[in-house]
Design a protein around this ligand. Structure first.
Ligand SMILES: CC(C)(COP(=O)(O)OP(=O)(O)OC[C@H]1O[C@@H](n2cnc3c(N)ncnc32)[C@H](O)[C@@H]1OP(=O)(O)O)[C@@H](O)C(=O)NCCC(=O)NCCS
Length: 139
């Protein structure tokens, strides 16, 4: 049975799932700090093994969805969709009446349509310019 756990994601889960999708690794210290600063996480498990994850970070006004990944053999079964939907529901639940906020994310190349199907809009658009980013590495 596939289960969706909230806020139990740990370093080993992240490492297992990141490796499966060939993402570069971070140090354990960075991963632990990232988990400590995560407002909401989801880890999906089958037979107690992690198969997918997602993290939401933010301050109640701006949120960022990151680390969304599903182990390849479990992709295209609706798991990624449910992770994103749960995150959107979390954000909605934590708004008071009349409050607003936004959720940002950077789609991996080729994954734009996946996020569009879940209600995200590409930038630039009439309202916003390009999203921008900077990578920083300490020597
Ligand atoms: C992007 C990613 C998270 C999507 O997760 P997923 O679990 O495969 O997503 P879903 O199954 O919910 O949806 C993916 C597609 O499968 C389709 N699908 C969903 N359930 C399905 C099913 N039962 N049978 C067939 N197709 C199905 C969806 O319609 C969707 O179609 P699309 O490609 O046209 O959008 C996953 O591919 C992944 O981890 N990729 C590698 C890491 C990565 O790039 N992460 C994104 C960072 S921004």
């Amino acid at each position: 049975m596939i289960i969706y756990e909230e806020n139990t994601l740990n370093i080993e889960d992240i490492k297992t799932i990141r490796e499966s999708v060939h993402w570069k690794m971070f140090t354990d210290q960075q991963l632990q700090q990232a988990l400590n600063m995560t407002v909401y996480s989801i880890v999906v498990k089958e037979c107690e093994q992690p198969i997918a994850m997602g993290r939401l970070i933010g301050d109640g006004i701006y949120y960022l969805i990151c680390d969304v990944a599903v182990i390849p053999s479990y992709q295209k079964q609706g798991i990624g969709t449910r992770i994103i939907q749960q995150m959107i529901e979390y954000v909605y639940r934590h708004l008071q009446s009349d409050e607003r906020c936004s959720i940002q994310l950077i789609a991996a190349k080729g994954k734009e349509e996946f996020y569009e199907s879940l209600g995200f809009v590409k930038i630039p658009n009439d309202l916003s310019g390009h999203g921008m980013q900077m990578f920083i590495k300490k020597k």
